[in-house]
Design a protein. Structure first.
Length: 218
C-alpha cells in the first residue's frame, strides 16, 4: 500500500532512506536547510524543499500529521535534532524515527517520546566488525542486548541436512525463519522441518547471542 513519508535531513543517511522509500513506490517529501542537498535529491523523490526543521512555522506548513511517518535524519546538529523532534511530537506526528549521533542523544530522543531511535554509524560499525570476525555473516540485526537476527551463508557441516536433523531449536533455541536459495534470488519464508540445506543457501535465523556465538554466527 502506498504511503507518504517526510524525511528531514538530506545527508547520506536521510537521502538513502528517502531514495529507497521512493523506489519502493511511496510518496516522499524531503526537507533540508541546505539548498545544494535539496537540489541534488529533488529529482529522486516526490518533492524536496529548503526549510528549517527546527522552525515551528515551517513544520506546521507541511502538515506533519498527514504523513504516515517522519524520519528525522539531521546529522551533527544535535540541538536542531532535539528541537525538531519536540515540535514533531507536539504536532502529533503519527510515527517519528530519529537518527541519534550518540548514546546520550538517543536517550534524550527516547525521553521526549520519539517512537524509534536508530544509530546508523554504530550499527554499521557493528555489522562490519561481526562480518570480519565471522566471514559467513551477511547481515545482523540486534533485537536487544540478548537476541539477534542473523543472515549467514550455510556452513559446510550443515549442507545436505534437513532443518529437523540440525535440530537448532532444541539444541540452541535458534529458529530458522527463512532460507534463501540461489544466492538470495529465491526466498522460502516458511521453512519446514523437512527442508534440506543446499550448497549456496543463506540461512536467516533468530536466537540468543550466546548460542549464535557458539555456532560462530556472530
Amino acid at each position: 500500500m502506498k504511503k507518504s513519508y517526510l524525511v528531514i535531513g538530506a545527508g547520506r543517511f536521510g537521502s538513502s532512506v528517502a531514495r529507497t522509500l521512493y523506489e519502493l513506490g511511496h510518496d516522499v517529501m524531503v526537507l533540508d536547510n541546505n539548498e545544494k542537498l535539496v537540489q541534488e535529491i529533488s529529482s529522486e523523490v516526490t518533492d524536496a524543499i529548503k526549510a528549517d526543521a527546527a522552525s515551528e512555522v515551517s513544520l506546521k506548513a507541511l502538515g506533519v500529521r498527514d504523513f504516515d511517518a517522519v524520519v528525522l535524519a539531521i546529522g551533527v546538529d544535535i540541538q536542531a535534532s532535539i528541537m525538531a523532534a519536540i515540535l514533531l511530537l507536539e504536532m502529533e506526528a503519527k510515527h517519528v524515527v530519529a537518527k541519534a549521533q550518540t548514546e546520550l542523544h538517543g536517550k534524550v530522543l527516547h525521553k521526549i517520546g520519539v517512537h524509534r531511535v536508530v544509530y546508523p554509524e554504530r550499527d554499521m560499525g557493528q555489522k562490519i566488525a561481526h562480518s570480519l570476525n565471522a566471514p559467513t555473516i551477511i547481515d545482523l540485526i540486534e533485537l536487544s542486548d540478548e537476541y539477534s537476527v542473523v543472515e549467514v551463508t550455510a556452513p559446510k557441516d550443515m549442507i545436505g541436512k534437513t532443518i529437523k536433523e540440525l535440530d537448532l531449536r532444541a539444541r540452541y533455541g535458534i529458529s530458522v525463519i527463512a532460507l534463501k536459495r540461489n544466492s538470495g534470488r529465491k526466498t522460502n519464508i516458511s521453512p519446514v522441518a523437512d527442508d534440506q540445506i543446499l550448497p549456496g543457501d543463506i540461512i536467516v535465523a533468530v536466537g540468543e547471542n550466546k548460542f549464535l556465538k557458539k555456532l560462530e554466527w556472530i
